[in-house]
Design a protein around this ligand. Structure first.
Ligand SMILES: *Cc1c(COP(=O)(O)O)cnc(C)c1O
Length: 365
């Protein structure tokens, strides 16, 4: 994996030697459609509200923030209860610097091996390895679907305690039904297994959220992020909805004052104005269908997606070659390491046009 030669004076853990740091290339390009961000920035009104909030907090930066982020968790509990129609209290919510930190805390707090269905989000195996866990990779089936029966053997052979299900899945856009999620959760419950449903893209999806399974399955956890639909990637805020005992366990491994006062107050301000965001999310969902049709019109295959990106294949050069040719035309997309496939994030109308024009040029030659 890594071609780096570490010097011998560095007492690096041997299980880290072959790893490479997470790396979507941060390349300056006129059109960047490679990290699934929302292309629209925050409204002027929300930016003004954030400035007010931050000026208030700045006066108290000599003090540590609320370790338990109580106000923010309450704001999220109210907002999630409102949007899902299911009442969650703040003791069912945990918050951290991005959902990646949530994932890390879960992997630090609970024992046993971790398992995921790949291709999926590359940070799940990477964080698992970094915290010293065994990672078990189960290949997805046809059209990147998953089935509960696929994991039976692995679960019996290894001490698997944490199962990752990303839905909609990154990088494929595929959703997993609630029936499959619940079947897996019920299957691992007798052996104290936990299921983490990573819903980073839930806001872009028409499928139902696994939040509706939480009250009847205490071993299901749902992680969400403000980095994607919420257009708040730069602020770093991820959250978990789970049984209060899970939240208490995560507090054992969190660093003291992990979430800055600036982040906490910015997130509270953003949540209070979130109804403005649905317009942008709807526009992105419409664009997703338009871009998918145009990719297929070029004779390529585009996989159905419930997220804000599309996976496509069917071109007759290597994925690295196509990726580079698009970059040469100013369009940066993502080579996710599946041979013959590339992933493109849905951007503004102008960005999507630039991508499709560049793609037409390189595919039609
Ligand atoms: C982008 C993404 C995340 C979010 O990461 P943050 O740390 O919240 O920015 C989590 N899971 C998946 C599957 C993602 O694609």
């Amino acid at each position: 994996m890594s071609d780096k030669n570490w010097p011998s004076w560095l007492p690096l853990r041997t299980d880290l030697l072959e790893l490479s740091p997470y790396g979507a290339p941060q390349i300056e390009a006129p059109v960047r459609l490679n990290t699934n961000e929302n292309p629209y920035n925050l409204s002027d009104e929300l930016q003004a509200a954030l400035r007010d909030e931050i000026s208030r907090v700045v006066k108290e930066l000599n003090r540590y923030p609320d370790r338990d982020a109580r106000k923010l968790r309450q704001a999220l509990a109210d907002s999630i209860s409102g949007s899902s129609g299911i009442r969650f209290e703040s003791d069912s919510i945990w918050v951290a610097n991005g959902s990646n930190e949530i994932i890390q805390s879960i992997l630090l707090a609970f024992e046993g091996a971790a398992l995921g269905f790949e291709p999926s989000y590359s940070m799940h195996p990477l964080i698992s390895r970094v915290v010293g866990k065994t990672w078990i990779s189960i290949p997805r089936g046809e059209n990147f679907q998953i089935e509960a029966a696929q994991i039976k053997e692995a679960i019996d052979a290894q001490d698997v305690k944490i199962i990752f299900i990303t839905t909609p899945n990154n990088p494929t856009g595929t959703s997993t039904s609630l029936e499959v999620i619940e079947e897996i959760a019920k299957g691992v419950a007798p052996r104290s297994g936990l299921v983490l449903v990573d819903e980073a893209y839930a806001e872009f999806s028409n499928q139902s959220s696994a939040l509706s399974l939480l009250k009847s399955n205490q071993n299901i956890m749902v992680s969400r992020t403000m980095s994607k639909a919420f257009a708040f990637a730069g602020a770093r805020l991820g959250y978990l909805i789970a049984h209060p005992q899970v939240i208490s366990a995560l507090q054992l491994v969190r660093l003291p004052y992990h979430l800055s006062a600036l982040t906490q107050s910015a997130a509270i301000a953003a949540i209070s104005k979130q109804n403005q965001l649905s317009k942008d999310v709807n526009r992105l969902r419409e664009s997703r269908e338009e871009v998918a049709r145009e990719i297929e019109a070029l004779g390529l295959r585009c996989f159905p997606s419930d997220a804000n990106f599309l996976l496509f294949s069917g071109f007759d050069v290597a994925s690295e070659t196509l990726w580079q040719r698009l970059l040469d035309r100013g369009v940066l997309i993502r080579d996710i390491g599946i041979p013959g496939h590339l992933r493109v994030t849905i951007g503004t109308r102008a960005e999507n046009r630039a991508f499709l024009d560049a793609l037409r040029e390189v595919v039609r030659g």
